[in-house]
Design a protein around this ligand. Structure first.
Ligand code: UDP
Ligand code: MG
Length: 240
């Protein structure tokens, strides 16, 4: 079953609440009044007032659904800051931090890292960013993740983009991507797909019910898929 892209109306009315850290953060801008200019198809931010709020996009989809690839295109075209939760976790492993070996074991097993750990990594990146437009890729992966983000960050996403991809296509892409990842093998992929269905789909349904979900048919070339993604961001005042 293929879901339709939701109407764009929630964008107009959506607003985000802020925790104390968000209120203090340097990028707390008023997105609706930020001043940007477009040159070619690139968007350049001009200086904006000090009292603005962040614009948060969650980018969701199964393993290999194309989240990371499309995030790079959104960054290039609309000037967002891309935070891949999986990359932040892999960076923790590589830096041999105290949580590194625990994270590695969970990733190898296709399970979900404790919410506090992931949210703190995202929080650190958001706080130190001078960009106020965020793409949070591959998070939240469970209702527990979602609730922890709301509690710790004190904000909800403005929009959620879901890359809807058939299982066979996702498996094929993950097995062919050759990025040397410990979890890109058939056994771990099977486990990740089960986790996606059991724990991540409820999050996607939650945002669908809230009218925040934009569903993309994730089959096609990178450019074809981006042509579905582009209008979502092009209509946002924050992107202009
Ligand atoms: N992961 C997690 N929490 C997150 C994001 C990722 O626990 O919020 C772990 C989980 O084990 C997942 C793995 O990191 O299977 C890889 O996630 P990533 O988003 O990099 O994979 P992708 O979906 O892009 O293939
Ligand atoms: Mg990814």
């Amino acid at each position: 079953m293929r879901r339709c892209v939701a109407p764009l109306s929630p964008l107009i009315s959506s607003s985000s609440s802020s925790s104390s850290f968000l209120r203090q953060a340097p990028w707390r801008f008023n997105i609706w009044e930020s001043f940007t200019t477009v040159i070619g198809n690139r968007v350049y931010d001009l200086p904006v007032p000090e009292d603005n709020t962040p614009f948060i996009t969650f980018v969701l989809g199964g393993p290999g659904s194309g989240k990371g690839t499309q995030c790079e295109k959104i960054v290039e075209t609309f000037g967002f800051r891309h935070l891949s939760a999986g990359d932040l976790l892999r960076r923790e492993i590589a830096s041999k931090s105290k949580d590194g070996s625990m994270i590695l074991n969970i990733i190898k097993d296709g399970k979900i890292v404790p919410s506090e750990v992931t949210v703190k990594l995202i929080q650190r990146e958001m706080e130190s960013s001078d960009n106020h437009k965020f793409l949070i890729d591959g998070f939240p992966r469970s209702e527990e993740n979602r609730i922890a983000f709301e509690r710790i960050i004190g904000a909800e996403p403005n929009i959620v983009v879901f890359f809807d991809c058939p299982v066979e296509e996702m498996v094929k892409r993950v097995l062919n991507r050759n990025q040397g990842r410990v979890d890109d093998n058939i056994d771990t992929i099977r486990k990740r797909l089960k986790v996606f269905e059991a724990l991540s789909l409820p999050v996607i349904n939650y945002y669908s019910q809230k009218g925040k979900l934009y569903t993309i048919n994730a089959v096609g070339t990178e450019d074809e898929i981006f042509e579905q993604v582009r209008p979502i961001f092009a209509t946002l005042k924050v992107s202009k």
